[in-house]
Design a protein around this ligand. Structure first.
Ligand code: PXG
Length: 461
């Protein structure tokens, strides 16, 4: 074991002095000090004080095969020795990128047989944005360039990804969204469904896409982008009526459908892709995270035959990243896909763990502060509420009670995030039934403590 660490306090001080954290109130974190994570195995993280934490978020929705897989370290080392880097820009290619493109083409649904490699989910969506516009321009329709997306969707935080996403906090900084992107409301029945039945609401929200297309003109709309299940938006599982209607509308109006599977890909919803779980046929699919189980950064845009045919025969697509198809990342991705497949990790997650977790997760709805408790595959959320019958929000600023519960989870050595006043989980797919029991027990304890604190602070009756 490499016990090369400085004492925790010293690491925290250095972190505060030099490390700028993403999506973080830096001053507040620096006052408190970051929790320092030093090792991980399976679903367990170890911090610098030797505490063991159950990682209910698979890192950041990505460590699908679990931590500490020697095989992935071995292929990375071997690939670095053979060919650490070579570009794919100038008439060259290499075996790992070729093999991975073929493997992804075999795995992906329908005619998604072509792969443009990227470095992350955000820059994959930047690729998609530029590609769909280039596609329509190549077909002589440069004005067909607007991309429709959804409020409270998340597609990354680059200029393109952050604009495609519908997070108002991101739009408020740095001049986003960029032009030519417009948003429609999300299919979040719990918060926004009012008196409608979920199925009716799902249809109504899908038809906002049709209304928006008619408002702009189908000849101006390039594509619609959405996550099968909104992840960062709080694990919003749409009503069953939503996706079939979205698919119908995209087909009827000749709008490309970009399905962002950065979170839902590679087993998260119980199938290789969320598109299979929800019966969607994308024209382009965004992948990252679980593609390598987070062991090394990589993103990919999976592209249909039809789009690839047009792009390949158009003016050169003036786009790409130094690390597009990075050989080490590609080798790790291939090995990760082999583990997911040959060890039956996705099949086991779907057949054994998902139903076991679902029963216990949905039972959390009997907690006095929990309203909706929903889960698909191994991604779930609960809505916290002061009044379930009314599906009410807390009077306090959104996220106040969620943050309290999240802090209780952290103190109880469970990583379960909050998004506003929803609590979310997305554990590694290799979690065992015993570990599910621990996750639920810690979640319940944390909810009880959060509930007591919310009452003590006068945030609910
Ligand atoms: N699309 C989706 C659906 C995502 O969830 C991205 C794109 C961007 O990927 P990169 O690799 O550029 O981060 C994501 C990323 C959160 C959280 O708080 C979620 C993400 C990233 C950071 C935080 O839930 N998802």
């Amino acid at each position: 074991m490499r016990e090369n660490q400085l004492p925790t306090a010293e690491l925290q001080a250095l972190d505060a002095a030099h490390h700028m954290h993403p999506f973080t109130d830096g001053a507040a974190l620096n006052r408190k000090g970051a929790r320092i994570i030093t090792r991980a195995k399976g679903v367990w993280l170890t911090d610098s004080e030797g505490e063991e934490i159950l990682d209910g978020m698979a890192g950041l929705w990505c460590v699908n095969v679990g931590y500490g897989r020697e095989e992935l370290a071995e292929v990375a080392a071997a690939q670095m020795r053979d060919l650490a880097f070579y570009n794919t820009f100038f008439q060259t290619s290499h075996p790992p990128a070729i093999k991975l493109a073929k493997r992804l083409a075999d795995l992906a649904p329908g005619p998604l047989n072509h792969v443009f490699f990227n470095g992350s989910g955000s820059d994959s969506n930047d690729t998609n944005l530029r590609m769909v516009r280039h596609y329509w321009a190549a077909l002589g329709k440069p004005e067909k360039s607007v991309v429709i997306s959804r409020w409270n969707g998340y597609h990354g935080s680059t200029m393109g990804g952050g604009s495609l996403g519908g997070m108002k906090g991101i739009h408020a900084q740095g001049g986003l969204p960029i032009p030519g992107i417009t948003h429609i409301d999300q299919p979040d029945w719990w918060s926004e469904g009012g008196d409608m039945a979920p199925e009716e609401f799902g249809l109504a929200r899908a038809r906002l896409l049709e209304r928006k297309i008619l408002e702009i003109g189908a000849d101006k709309v390039a594509a619609f982008i959405a996550e099968p299940v909104q992840g960062a938006g709080g694990v919003i599982i749409p009503p069953a009526t939503y996706w079939p209607e979205i698919q119908r509308i995209c087909r009827e109006y000749g709008i490309l459908l970009i399905v962002d599977e950065v979170i839902t890909g590679f087993g998260r919803t119980g199938n290789w892709f969320g598109s299979e779980t929800f019966g969607i046929q994308p024209d382009i699919m965004t992948c990252a995270k679980g593609l390598t189980s987070g062991y090394i950064p990589m993103g990919a845009s999976l592209v249909s035959d039809q789009i690839a045919e047009v792009i390949n025969n158009a003016d050169e697509f003036a786009h790409g990243y130094t690390y597009s198809g990075h050989p080490v990342a590609a080798a790790v991705a291939l090995e990760n896909l082999r583990l997911l497949d040959e060890e039956g990790i996705i099949d086991r997650a779907r057949a054994e763990i998902a139903p076991y977790l679902k029963a216990q997760w949905e039972a959390l709805a009997d907690h006095p502060m929990v309203g909706e408790a929903k889960i698909v595959g191994l991604m779930g959320s609960i809505a916290l509420t002061p009044d379930k019958a009314a599906r009410a929000k807390f009077a306090a600023k959104e996220g106040t009670v969620g943050y309290i519960c999240r802090e209780r989870c952290f103190a109880n050595n469970l990583i379960m995030r909050h998004v506003g006043d929803r609590m979310i989980i997305s554990p590694p797919l290799v979690i065992s039934k015993d570990e599910v029991d621990i996750l639920i027990a810690r979640a319940r304890k944390s909810l009880d403590e959060g509930h007591a604190k919310a009452k003590a602070e006068g945030l609910m009756a």
